[in-house]
Design a protein around this ligand. Structure first.
Ligand SMILES: [Zn+2]
Length: 261
């Protein structure tokens, strides 16, 4: 995970009267005592092209959790950071239904992270601070799940790599509150083939690191300049697994050359 680009302005669909009326209709139903279910929400609005396109740009075309690049139409979801219809960590909670059409509750994730792992998880550090209604406000909530829009995941999650038993690259949380570790579990970014997919980058990154170390030792300014450009290019935000790439360079003492876009 890496920090996302600034959120684009509100897409037209979400600013439309249609969506506003629909959201008000949901509120009336809740006020009348209805407990909303997933099927009560109209997903066509958040699936509209302008909404998905804006998120795609903000996320450099990648899943906000696992950083895989996926086909925009077939393999990605508009993910509700705060789940809309229920919260699996708290069966009494009705879900954050009032945020179902709020632009700043949307992230772009792959179907695997959203539908197989995160689903309706949204654990809080202090459950007593959870907002049950729109009026309660969410400002007092301290979620475990890192929000890559306004927090830098690289402050919470690093990577370990090893060649001892075949190459693998594992995400590891390192913050004292355990948010990194918990985020890794919630999003499943250490599950399945992703460990090997990340590891497939190691050879390429090692070669760049070796070249840079030699260039620095031998004090070859041209080679240092060329390799510095390569480190920057290969760790830019739009690259798959940019979080790991940056951690690899930093772990090899080359953090000064890493892209910070
Ligand atoms: Zn993903």
């Amino acid at each position: 995970m890496i920090k996302l680009k600034p959120r684009p302005e509100l897409p037209k669909t979400l600013a439309s009267n249609r969506v506003r009326d629909f959201a008000e209709g949901l509120k009336r139903r809740v006020d009348d005592g209805t407990v909303l279910q997933s099927e009560d929400f109209e997903s066509a609005y958040w699936r509209k092209n302008d909404v998905k396109k804006a998120l795609f740009t903000m996320h450099s075309g990648k899943c906000c959790y696992c950083e895989r690049k996926r086909d925009e139409k077939r393999e990605t979801d508009v993910e509700h950071y705060r789940p809309k219809a229920c919260v699996s960590d708290n069966p009494k909670h009705p879900g954050y239904w009032w945020l179902a059409y709020k632009w700043d509750n949307y992230l772009h994730s792959c179907k695997k992270c959203n539908q197989e792992h995160k689903i309706n998880q949204f654990p809080l550090m202090d459950e007593s601070q959870r907002a049950y209604t729109p009026d309660a406000g969410i400002a007092g909530e301290r979620p475990f799940l890192i929000n890559p829009e306004n927090e830098n995941p690289e402050d919470f999650i690093g990577f370990e790599w090893s060649r001892a038993y075949g190459v693998f690259v594992k995400a590891v949380g390192f913050d004292p509150e355990g948010r990194g570790e918990r985020t890794i579990k919630i999003t499943g970014i250490n599950e399945g083939t992703i460990l090997e997919e990340r590891a497939s980058l190691v050879k390429e990154l090692e070669e760049i690191v070796d070249t840079m170390k030699c260039a620095l030792r031998a004090e070859k300014p041209n080679l240092i300049k060329r390799t510095a450009a390569k480190i920057k290019e290969t760790s830019r935000s739009e690259k798959q697994y940019a979080g790991f790439r940056r951690a690899f360079y930093r772990g090899n003492g080359l953090g000064d050359y890493v892209a910070n876009d």
